[in-house]
Write a protein that binds this ligand. Structure first.
Ligand code: SF4
Ligand code: SF3
Length: 552
C-alpha cells in the first residue's frame, strides 16, 4: 500500500513520503489521518452554517481541534485511536447537522443539502475498509486534480489550521477559548470543500490563518500565565539526581502539574524533557521541589535518551518517536498522543506511570551539578526593557537575532548551532522552541548583566516573543521590520507552519527559513512569498550573518 504525505520538513527526498513516513507513520495511519481530515471538513460545513444562524456547540468545537491536532506530525501513530476518532467524527457530524437543521427551522429557512463525494462514515467498525476509503481522499489525488500550486496552498492552509488547532486545544485545556478561533477553523475548512480558487485568495486565507493564530496563542499565553504565573529567570539543573524518576516530554503544562501533584511525597524525582524545559520557570510548577530539572535534549534524541533513562516516561503532546522495546513498557502517552501498544492515560490518573517509576532502578547517584538559565518570557524581558533599550542606544547591543523553531534529525540543522556560535559578542540571541537545544547549553556570557542568550520558552510561547518584538518597536518608535532584529527560523512540523504564517501576517520581512523549504509550497507560491516578504532559505552561515548585519 502506498501513501503520500509532505506536511513536515523531513519528508522523504524533500518531496513526499510515499512508502513509509520518515517519522515512522505507516500507510494505514496515513490513510486514516487523511480520512479524518476529510471528515472534519465535512462536519465543518454544518458547524459553519449553524454558527451563521447563531447556533454553536462546544462538543463540536472541542472535537474539531482535538481531531485536527491528532493528525499533526509526531502526535498519534495508532490506527485504533484514529478509528475511534472517525467514529466520534460521525456522531459529531450528526450533532452539527442537527444543530444546523434546528437553527434553519427556527430561522424559517430551508436547510441546504450537503452531499459528500466519499461516504467516510460507512464501515466504521471495519478498520481495513476505513483505510481503503482513506486512500480515496489522499493528498496525491488532490495534486493530480488541482495541480501543485493550488493543492499545495490548500495544504498550507490545512497545515496552518493543524498548528492553530494545537494551540487552541492547549488553551482550551487551561480553560481559555474564543469562539472566533473555532468559527475561523470551521469557515475555512468549509471553504476548502468548495470550488478551488486562485493562488491570490489561497495565500490571503493562509495569512488569515496566521492572524487568527495570534488570538489562539494569546489565549494559550493567558492560560499558561494565568494558571502558573509568569515565567521567571530560573537556573535549571540539567544533570541527574539520585533516586527514582519520571521524565515528562511534550508541551502540556497541565499534565505535568497533575503528575507533580500525584507524585508529591512519593520520593520520585520529576524531570522535564524537550519542550517541557520552560516549565521549570513557572512559579506554579517550580514550587514542587521534586521537579528537579531537565533531562536530555530535543525530541529527535528521545530514543537514545529514554533508553538510558532509569525510570518512567510520560509523553504529552508532541513529538513522539517509535518507542524502543527497551522502554516500551515504561513509556506512557497522554492527551492526543498515541502509539499502538503504549499505555495511554486518558483520565488524568498517572498511577501506572508512578508504579513504573517505582519498579525501575532510578538514578543510583548524583551526576555533577550543571545548570542553564531559562525563563526569559515577555514579562521578564519587559521588566528590564529600559536596561535593554539603554544598551541598544549606547551601542552596547548592536543587534538581536531570534534563532528558534523546531529541531529535527537532519545534519543541515547544524546551521543553527553554527549561526548562534558566530553571532558577534555585541549581539543578543532570543530563542524559543526545541531548536534551541542546538546551542542552549553553550555559554554566551552577558552584556552589562543582560544574558546574551534569552530563552523565551516553548514553540507555544511564540506569542511571548512576538510581544517582545512589538514592545521593542514601540520603545524605539518604529516598525518591527525597522528594529535591529532578524528572524532565523528552523521549522519541522505544523505548529511552526502556523507561527510562520503569523509572522507573515504581521508583515515581518526577511525571515531566513531552514533547514529546507516546505515541499508543499510550489515554486509559483514561493515566488509570491519572496516578492512580498523576502523570505529566504538559509544559506551559508557566514554569508547570511554578514548580509543581515550589513543590511541593518
Ligand atoms: Fe513524512 Fe513528515 Fe508526513 Fe511523517 S509527517 S509521513 S515524515 S511528511
Ligand atoms: Fe519541537 Fe516537536 Fe516543533 Fe515545539 S517538540 S517545536 S518539533
Amino acid at each position: 500500500m502506498s501513501m503520500f504525505c509532505y506536511q513536515c520538513e523531513q519528508t522523504a527526498k524533500g518531496a513526499g513520503c510515499t512508502v513509509l513516513g520518515v517519522c515512522g507513520k505507516e500507510p494505514t495511519t496515513a490513510a486514516l489521518q487523511d480520512l479524518l481530515v476529510y471528515a472534519i471538513k465535512d462536519l465543518s460545513r454544518y458547524a459553519n452554517r449553524a454558527r451563521q444562524l447563531g447556533s454553536v456547540d462546544k462538543a463540536v468545537n472541542v472535537f474539531t481541534v482535538k481531531a485536527l491536532f491528532s493528525t499533526l506530525t509526531n502526535v498519534d501513530f495508532d490506527p485504533a485511536r484514529f478509528q475511534a476518532l472517525l467514529k466520534e467524527a460521525a456522531s459529531i457530524k450528526e450533532r452539527a447537522k442537527s444543530l444546523y437543521e434546528a437553527a434553519c427551522k427556527r430561522a424559517g429557512k430551508k436547510a441546504e443539502q450537503l452531499p459528500c463525494e466519499v461516504q467516510w462514515w460507512t464501515n466504521l467498525d471495519d478498520l481495513d475498509a476505513l483505510v481503503k476509503t482513506g486512500a480515496l481522499v489522499g493528498v496525491q489525488d488532490k495534486i493530480n486534480k488541482l495541480g501543485p500550486d493550488v493543492a499545495g496552498l490548500q495544504e498550507l492552509i490545512v497545515y496552518g489550521l493543524k498548528g492553530l488547532a494545537a494551540y487552541a486545544d492547549h488553551a482550551q485545556i487551561l480553560g481559555k477559548e474564543d469562539d472566533a478561533v473555532y468559527a475561523f477553523i470551521h469557515k475555512t475548512l468549509d471553504r476548502l470543500t468548495q470550488k478551488p480558487t486562485d493562488i491570490g485568495e489561497l495565500l490571503q486565507t493562509a495569512l488569515a490563518v496566521g492572524q487568527i493564530n495570534l488570538k489562539a496563542m494569546e489565549l494559550l499565553d493567558a492560560g499558561n500565565t494565568g494558571t502558573y504565573g509568569h515565567p521567571e529567570p530560573t537556573q535549571v539543573r540539567i544533570t541527574s539526581v539520585k533516586g527514582k524518576c519520571i521524565v515528562v516530554s511534550g508541551h502540556d503544562l497541565k499534565d505535568l502539574e497533575e503528575l507533580l501533584k500525584q507524585t508529591q511525597g512519593k520520593r520520585i524525582n520529576v524531570y522535564t524533557h524537550g519542550e517541557m524545559l520552560p516549565c521549570n520557570a513557572y512559579p506554579g510548577l517550580k514550587k514542587y521541589k521534586h521537579l528537579v530539572g531537565n533531562y536530555g535534549g530535543a525530541w529527535q534524541d528521545q530514543r537514545n535518551e529514554f533508553d538510558a533513562f532509569p525510570g518512567a516516561i510520560l509523553m504529552t503532546t508532541n513529538c513522539i518517536q517509535k518507542p524502543k522495546d527497551s522502554y516500551k513498557a515504561r513509556i506512557f502517552t497522554s492527551g492526543v498522543v498515541g502509539w499502538a501498544g503504549v499505555t495511554h492515560i486518558s483520565n488524568g490518573d498517572f498511577t501506572p506511570v508512578i508504579k513504573a517509576a517505582l519498579a525501575a532502578p532510578g538514578f543510583t547517584e548524583d551526576a555533577p551539578a550543571k545548570s542553564i538559565t531559562i525563563g526569559f518570557a515577555r514579562n521578564t524581558i519587559m521588566s528590564v526593557a529600559g536596561k535593554v533599550i539603554d544598551a541598544v542606544k549606547a551601542g552596547k547591543i548592536r543587534h538581536f537575532f531570534l534563532i528558534g523553531g523546531c529541531d529535527g534529525a537532519k545534519p543541515g540543522r547544524n546551521y543553527f548551532t553554527e549561526f548562534a556560535q558566530k553571532v558577534p559578542n555585541d549581539c543578543v540571541i532570543l530563542t524559543l522552541a526545541c531548536g534551541k537545544y542546538r546551542f542552549n547549553k553553550l555559554d554566551f556570557g552577558d552584556i552589562d548583566g543582560i544574558p546574551r542568550l534569552l530563552d523565551c520558552g516553548q514553540c507555544n510561547d511564540a506569542y511571548s516573543a512576538i510581544q517582545i518584538a512589538v514592545a521593542l518597536a514601540g520603545a524605539f518608535k518604529c516598525g518591527v521590520n525597522d528594529l535591529p532584529l532578524s528572524f532565523v527560523l528552523s521549522w519541522y512540523e505544523q505548529k511552526a507552519v502556523v507561527i510562520l504564517l503569523t509572522l507573515l501576517h504581521l508583515g515581518i520581512k526577511n525571515i531566513k527559513l531552514g533547514p529546507s523549504l516546505p515541499a508543499f509550497v510550489s515554486p509559483a507560491a514561493l515566488n509570491v512569498l519572496v516578492e512580498k516578504f523576502n523570505i529566504a532559505p538559509v544559506g551559508s552561515v557566514d554569508e547570511d550573518l554578514t548580509a543581515i548585519l550589513a543590511a541593518k
